[in-house]
Design a protein around this ligand. Sequence first.
Ligand code: PLP
Length: 408
Amino acid sequence: MSVLSDRSAYAINPILEEDELAEQLDRKGKNVVKLNRGDPPVYFKTPKYIIDAYVKALREGKTYYSDATGIDILKDAVQRRYSKMYRLNIPTDGIIATAGISEALQFLNDVLINPGDKAIIFKPYYTAYIPRLKLAGGEPLFENYDEKDEWNIEIEHVMESIKRMKANGKMKEVKYMLITNPNNPTGTVLKKSILEDIAEIANDNGIFLVSDEIYDEIVFNGAQFTSISKVAKGQPYMILNGASKDFDATGFRLGLMLLPESDRLSLELRERLRNFAKVRLSVNTSAQYAFAEGMSNEKEHAKAIKYMVGEIEKRVNYAYGILKRNDYIEAVKPNGAFYILPRLKMDMLKVKDDKEFVVKLLEKEHIQLTRGSGFGAPNHFRVVLLPPKGILEYSLNKINDFCESISK
Ligand SMILES: Cc1ncc(COP(=O)(O)O)c(C=O)c1O
């Protein structure tokens, strides 16, 4: 018998699955193009005014543990951002800083999930949602983003599932419903009408809503982003956000759990989450000063985000144009974040699944992608579209050539 816990086997991340093979190839001098990690600072430097604030904080000796839930000036900056962007008042107690959304997901599941409980998760999902839920003893109840409706939510299906669960007396087990908007891996910005339906369903059935809005400013091609706060009608909900994407600072490891409402559940959650935060003492103190400056210096942020989103829009559309020439795949055009999730036309290709596709592509063309099945979307693959046009042109043409070479 192994001394290891059974649940430890749930800790997998498909995004990093081919790293070892990529490293081996790199060691042989193959120069793998890595389009698997959504890491903006690799291609867009973290803005200088944020770096300066970080260095200043370090020089001033802000290297101690801070308040477990975050420093005051970070919370002030969050309040101002949400008030300005969404006319949303978030009480100071409703803000908890975490070590990235990655840690927020751990807290979310640990605070809500008892063994056997369920969470409604939409496929394709961001990879970390599933291990975090399972490690807490929970099970996902899958609903779908609908590829035929540009990856919006299949509302009717959600309503039918809930009706079925109600009839079987299973609703009590459902602890939360998690949406990702804009979405990773599809790059979809959800329609406002869909979000209104989701809020209504959650309200009618007493389901706690969680909205991962980490890409809320990375929206383009004319799309309009709607925060869950705009459609929630007094019901308890949580927004997840952080420094990683809009502020181009993945390595700061700073996330935010936001509980704007003051109903009983929200108050209880705040208290428990505060205790969770205390157990691990603090998040990165100097990085919090930098993140606070990132949000507070609106003029500099506006410049930085405008440039980054403008570039991302150009790169995504350019990449989409190249992938469209490929007869062996089909892709929905993204309008947010910086990913695309094309579908492989498996009946035209000589590979058994998306895993074999990404491994063979890596071995033959030295391009590293992520298999769609890792996001709950078998027969798809995800490409990170952050690199400049030259790299995208080179890699996406390689993908197209590779598809041709394995065609039936
Ligand atoms: C939708 C989504 N949520 C959360 C994360 C992780 O964020 P963090 O860097 O804050 O842990 C990512 C990272 O790619 C993401 O795409």
